[in-house]
Design a protein around this ligand. Structure first.
Ligand code: GDP
Ligand code: MG
Length: 584
């Protein structure tokens, strides 16, 4: 046996540049699936179960999921870098390219959609040369839709990408890079066999957890599961073993034979939660049901972290950690669709580092953030996560994009041009450092609308940076509502305070008494709105009544209002929370 005839590769591209279409053509050309009608793409890979369950195929390539993309690369020796010849290089093409490079993958540049009249393959080729340092003579020009040039892609894969290295004689070593959950068979893992042979009935162990399993089924994704008698070195396939919990399948784990010792492969950093939010049931008695739903969803999306928390205002809930705000939206959508869960989600927050004299605490719930103006809290410094952002945009929008970045506390702004010359507007890449918190809410929407949809955006983790942050607390009727707390930069306390009190004023229904809505930082009130009382107009019926009587009635009414204000509490429908807290 030799791996000579195996090629393992990924297709990397910005969303909509044609990954799924090209994958279909390649599967047809290799006889793996039957050819459909030309141009009517069945998008076969998107229909695969694993992808379906994740429900995010369409989002792949988005920055939140770069972790998922990079772990698939771990099983490959090469990558097709696919670029739409009508669109050119997009921000996400950059990050996936660098990830592939770092992993030592052989990269084959492919220009797609050359059948379209708007395609400018020469110009885009020059752009790819200046951006990635790739040679235009190595670039393939294809149409994944019509099939033009696709056989050249197959040839390039065979000729340029090296076969995997591996030896049947050596000790079994398999790299676990993905997993999914099947109700009947338990955890199904995708593995890349490095050395040795894996067969049904084999007793294996995890280097990470040291737990032992027996292989009950294995095979190759063809592209649906096809059972085989063995998985050989260089092959990528699926295995089922008696693994019951998704948490046992550690992404980046090395599997070996029970009783043998192998050097584990370099694994992955676990996916890091970057955005947190509290999720609560609208009806508190639904908490057990909601928690169960969340648990079940996390079985198919392991990158979500879950912790219990409770709020004075909202009761029992869970604090969830996500890879990004899009990831959070996808998850919430699935929760609502699949489990019919009526949930309240708090404003998203990033993890802050609060440094005390003797310890550092990571805070992912604004309620826990200390009052930094109070010396007794002994806070030395507060640090917030920052990212290195890149935006690719036609030069006409460069100024607009710079303004947008500055208004989101961008620093170290820099730009250069991707096109040297050519017809039409040149494309520029803008890079800067920005606080992560500035991009978790509506930055992406603003970016799209202020660039008429032309800007593409990507970012990578750039560590933590010291910052002047404060906790903003909202008081309704002089009582703080914990679930509404926010952590914000001191420079924006006025603006944020005003905006949120206005928002609250709009969504809270009038009560029988007057309700002050205050935004506070420490002990200072930075903004205030007053929700006037809903009043039964008792003077209305006093036809031509005496002025004095009228006044007396008003006085009485005021009095009773004051009483209510003192003793009463606000009836705040939980639905109101939802509209306050939703970032939409
Ligand atoms: P993905 O998001 O990268 O998987 O992109 P898809 O494969 O879903 O393609 C996005 C859109 O571009 C679909 O409407 C495809 O039909 C279309 N498309 C893909 N390749 C080509 C091509 O070579 N020519 C044309 N005209 N359209 C294409
Ligand atoms: Mg696709």
């Amino acid at each position: 046996y030799s791996c000579e005839n195996i090629r393992n590769f990924s297709i990397i591209a910005h969303i909509d540049h044609g990954k799924s279409t090209l994958a279909d053509r390649l599967l047809e050309l290799t006889g793996t699936i039957k050819a459909g009608l030309k141009g009517s793409s069945p998008q076969f890979l998107d229909k695969l179960k694993v992808e379906r369950e994740r429900g995010i195929t369409g989002q792949h390539g988005h920055v939140d999921f770069s972790w998922e993309v990079s772990r698939s690369m771990a099983a490959c020796q090469g990558a097709l870098l696919l670029v739409d010849a009508t669109q050119g290089v997009q921000a996400q093409s950059l990050s996936v390219f660098h990830a592939a490079r770092e992993r030592g993958l052989k990269i084959i540049p492919v220009l797609n959609k050359i059948d379209l009249p708007a395609a400018q393959p020469e110009r885009i080729a020059a752009q790819m040369q200046s951006t990635f340092g790739l040679n235009p003579s190595d670039m393939l020009h294809i149409s994944a839709k019509t099939g033009q040039g696709v056989s050249d892609v197959l040839r390039a894969i065979v000729e340029r990408i090296p076969p995997p290295a591996g030896n049947v004689e050596e000790k079994l070593k398999a790299f676990l890079f993905d997993s999914s959950y099947d109700r009947y068979r338990g955890v199904i893992s995708l593995v890349s066999v490095q050395n040795g042979v894996l067969r049904k009935g084999d007793k294996i162990a995890s280097s990470y957890t040291r737990k032992r399993y027996e292989i009950t089924e294995l095979g190759i994704m063809h592209p649906e599961e096809v059972p085989t008698s063995a998985l050989l070195p260089g092959q990528v396939g699926y295995i089922a073993c008696n693994m019951k919990q998704s948490s046992e399948a550690h992404i980046g784990d090395t599997l070996h034979r029970v009783g043998e010792v192998v050097e584990p492969m370099m694994g992955f950093q676990p996916a890091k939660a970057m955005v947190y939010a509290g999720i609560y049931p609208v009806d508190s008695s639904d908490f057990p049901k909601l928690e169960e739903s969340i648990k079940r969803l996390t079985l198919t999306d392991r990158s979500v972290t879950v912790q219990r928390e409770s709020s004075t205002a909202l009761g029992q809930g869970n604090r969830l950690g996500f890879l990004g705000s899009l990831h959070m939206d996808v998850f919430r959508q699935r929760l609502e669709d699949e489990y019919d869960a009526n949930v309240i989600i708090t404003a998203p927050t990033v993890p802050y580092k609060v440094i005390y004299r003797d310890r550092t605490v990571i805070i992912s719930n604004p309620t826990d953030f200390p009052d930094v103006s109070d010396p007794s809290t002994q806070v030395r410094e507060v640090h917030e996560p920052v990212v290195k952002a890149s935006i690719i945009v036609p030069e006409d929008y460069l100024g607009e994009m710079m303004d947008l970045c500055f208004s989101h506390r961008a620093e170290e702004l820099d730009h250069r041009y991707l096109d040297v010359s050519g017809a039409g507007s040149a494309r520029a890449i803008l890079t800067c450092t920005m606080p992560l918190s500035e991009i978790v809410t509506d930055f992406f929407d603003k970016l799209k609308s202020r660039s008429s949809g032309f800007a593409s955006f990507d970012y990578e983790d750039a560590g933590y940076k010291r910052s002047d942050l404060v906790k903003m607390t909202f008081l309704l009727n002089s009582k703080p509502v914990d679930a509404l707390a926010l952590i914000i930069h001191r420079s924006s306390e006025q603006a944020v305070g005003r905006m949120w009190t206005k928002k609250l004023h709009k969504v809270i229904p009038r009560q029988l008494f007057e309700v002050p809505i205050q935004a506070t930082v420490g002990k200072r009130v930075v903004a205030r709105e007053t929700l006037s009382a809903m009043r039964a107009d008792v003077t209305a019926g006093l036809y031509g009544g005496h002025y004095e009587r009228k006044m007396k009635h008003l006085e009485n009414q005021k009095e009773s209002k004051r009483k209510m204000k003192r003793v009463g509490s606000i009836e705040l429908p939980q639905e109101a929370f939802y509209s306050i807290l939703s970032t939409k």
